[in-house]
Design a protein around this ligand. Structure first.
Ligand code: G6P
Ligand code: MG
Length: 242
């Protein structure tokens, strides 16, 4: 990207017909006429940042791992750190399906639901220990910096526990919009959660940035037409992987 775009009066336009060009730049219309050069900024603008929660704002992804591990050990399922990486950003029951698949186990609808609830009870027990100390390093300052620059902030989490987690972290009033699994029909990697967050913020996707630690989350951000920032190895496909 060049820092700016200059559209000058082209020599062709100076003789003969008085031609003008109409363009749309960053959502605004411009008419460029011969003799009236227009200078427009091509620098990307950020008006909103949409955060994933688990593994981005706080390390609850480790608690999800511990809760799945407890269930897997009790039930005799195959489970490992490697399988756990696939569960990042994936909904509760879909995560259970991945573990069941790896173990070659099929459950009835009811058993599947009950085991999802059981895992959640282990997870909720671990959540009790969460305090503002559990914010990942730099997050508090980053949120403050965004606010100083009047950049809007949203949460796009696949977790039904997201409202409780942000409350325990003491950041529930920092978000302009909170989207959790209950607010959308389709989970990540579908773009719905990021598209809806941008809509609720009233910011066009091209002026948003999404931050994720999950491969499914990066896919979701990208398909929403949003610039993606990926934290850690699972999110390496991001526009900016850190
Ligand atoms: C997040 C986590 C996943 C978790 C999902 C559902 O996306 O990254 O590991 O499975 O939320 O969480 P829940 O708290 O609703 O079971
Ligand atoms: Mg995550």
């Amino acid at each position: 990207l060049k820092p700016e775009l200059q559209i000058n009066d082209h020599p062709e336009h100076q003789h003969g017909h008085e031609q003008s060009v109409r363009i749309i730049h960053k959502g605004k219309p411009y008419t460029i006429k011969p003799g009236n050069p227009v200078t427009l900024s091509m620098r990307p603008e950020i008006n909103a940042v949409i955060f994933d929660l688990d593994g981005v704002i706080t390390d609850t992804s480790e608690y999800h791992y511990l809760a799945w591990k407890q269930l897997a050990d009790e039930m005799g399922y195959t489970f490992s750190r490697e399988i756990n990486e696939e569960l990042r950003g994936i909904g509760r029951l879909e995560s259970l399906d991945i573990i069941l698949d790896a173990s070659g186990v099929t459950l009835s609808v009811e058993e599947r639901f009950n085991q999802g609830e059981l895992k959640n009870s282990y997870y909720k027990e671990l959540l009790k220990s969460i305090t503002p100390e559990n914010l990942l390093p730099g997050i508090r300052d980053f949120i403050d910096e965004l606010k100083e620059h009047r950049i809007r902030i949203a949460l796009a989490s696949a977790s039904r526990n997201a409202p409780e987690v942000i409350k325990r972290l003491g950041i529930e009033n920092d978000f302009d919009v909170v989207m959790d699994a209950g607010a959308v029909e389709k989970g990540k990697p579908d773009p719905e959660i990021f598209v809806s967050a941008a809509e609720k913020l009233n910011v066009e996707p091209e002026f948003c940035v999404g931050v994720e630690d999950a491969a499914a989350g990066i896919m979701s951000i990208k398909s929403a037409g949003i610039f993606s920032v990926g934290i850690g190895p699972a999110a390496a496909e991001a526009d900016w992987a850190i």
